[in-house]
Design a protein around this ligand. Sequence first.
Ligand code: AMP
Length: 425
Amino acid sequence: MPEFQHSPGMRDILPPDSGRWRQFQAVFAQVVESAGYGEVMPPLMEDLAVFQRVGEATDVVTKEMYDFIDRGGRHVSLRPECTASVCRIFAQHRPATPWKVFYAGPNFRYEKPQRGRFRQFDQVGIEVLGADDPYLDVEVIALGWEFYQRLGLRQVKLLLNSLGEPDDRARYEASLAQYFNDNLDRLSPESQITLTKNPLRVLDSKRAADAAVLANAPRIASFYSPEAAAHFEAVQQGLTDLGIPFTIDTALVRGLDYYRRTTFEFQGGTLDSAQNALGGGGRYDGLVESLGGPATHGIGFALGLDRTLLACDDEGVFGAPNKTVDVFVVDTTGGQEALRITAQLRAAGISADRAFENRSMKSQMKGADRSGAPLAIIVGSNELDAGQVVIRPLRGEDAQRSVARDTLISEVIQALQTAPKEATQ
Ligand code: AMP
């Protein structure tokens, strides 16, 4: 066992897996850039107070923050999520609205590590600030949906709810608190504690002990104002228009105190319930204001990379990309030819690798095989003297042939066009 290993809940992402991560972000960027979203890159660290604004009652804020005092005496934290940072950035820079942005990168939460749950984990997400239109809610949800489709996932489910206007929500919360207090002895001890902080969050409980009480809890739909009901109606109509299937789940409240109206969650069809929330989001108000900006409407979502990739594994889609080079150069004359040839190939846009340490022909050919390249270029002293190189296909039936050194690039391009490729997953 080596002396050092990564800390609990952290991971080392090695190739070829890392290629899958990069591809995940690339597909997401393609989907949202095609809808006019620009990338925002929040810092990995902020003043702790920025994150505390998302809600004092959430686990993220109370127990999971990676916070510390920096050398300047500031109380800072690694970011546990990006929404608060995006709102802080909006309040600080005041871009024109609607401000449509996306992000991708790691967050940090001091959680108990388990399958699909890590202390450093990647999310991709979008936020739109400064517009209040039900069709914007539809656009945001549809982009999440489209992303999952693009990955090849076919079993993702969309759950939808509305929390109503803040007043509706407040009346609902009061009624819910009353109901839970009336049934206190039938709630799990954990939910009894949650109740003292935020009765809505009790609805999040997946504990069997709470199931009976939750089943008869008051429903938010009875508390909607006409505006909230109309907004929710338009969102549903828009999703139906686009052919995006959804299920209304009145227990879907999500943690943030700032959520209002639309909330939604994407669930994997194949994961068990502890990991099946692939991502989610909703409409929020007040967050930008609480960070020193003007009153601003916001909506967004964050999708977790880990659980989405688990869902991809389960559905057998979006495997790690097969990253191989085009050409492997074998040089038995000392290595300087390989140095020149690889540089020339790379400059021409052909990916190339080579052997080092002046190994034997046999050992270099093994390296060529391992590289997965469809072609080897071989240079020995005979070739060097004759101003030639050998192009050897490493797969398929084609025979090797000698070509003039100065026609190398065009010969390689031609050979690559006919060389059998390794099947990509
Ligand atoms: P949240 O920001 O808590 O709403 O989480 C959004 C999504 O991020 C979740 O549905 C998960 O897919 C993912 N996620 C949240 N926390 C973690 C974690 N500790 N490890 C891995 N993924 C996470």
